[in-house]
Design a protein around this ligand. Structure first.
Ligand SMILES: [Zn+2]
Ligand SMILES: [Zn+2]
Length: 144
């Protein structure tokens, strides 16, 4: 894992003001990573691929799921809200769908990042976003 993006909804969860969540929960639903070793049966990514994760954990069997509308899954859980997010010490990518990043789009994302904060100062990102709303566009937590 390389970085975790902090988003406005994370701040609401932190203050207990997000309507669709339950404590305790580990946050982090925007992540970038490099594949070190694909999990068993994983064929859509290879070692060295830059990936992100689809943070919606879906059942795959309900009516919306079987019709490709995973965002409407009847037992939808979003990482960092109703289930463990990426800021946890351990994280199994098999739990989510790893998506290859389109390298052509990376430069665009890069221009949105205004701050980078190391993992051990995670909560400083929240403070920064709250105190400098006009200056903090996208704050990234860096893993190394
Ligand atoms: Zn978000
Ligand atoms: Zn479903």
């Amino acid at each position: 894992m390389k970085a975790i993006g902090v988003c406005g909804s994370d701040i609401h969860v932190y203050h207990g003001k997000h309507p669709y969540m339950s404590y305790p929960v580990v946050q982090g639903h925007e992540v970038s990573a490099v594949v070190e070793e694909p999990g068993a049966g994983v064929t859509n990514v290879a070692v060295g691929d830059l990936v992100t994760v689809q943070p919606q954990v879906v059942c795959g069997t309900c009516y919306p799921c079987t019709h490709g509308m995973y965002n409407d899954c009847e037992s939808l859980k979003v990482m960092g809200f109703q289930t463990t997010g990426m800021a946890s010490d351990y994280f199994v990518v098999d739990a989510a769908k790893a998506l290859r990043l389109a390298s052509a789009g990376l430069i665009e994302f890069e221009s949105l990042i205004t701050h980078r904060i190391p993992f051990d100062r995670y909560l400083d990102a929240y403070k920064l976003i709250e105190e400098q709303k006009d200056r903090a566009m996208k704050v990234m937590i860096e893993m190394e």
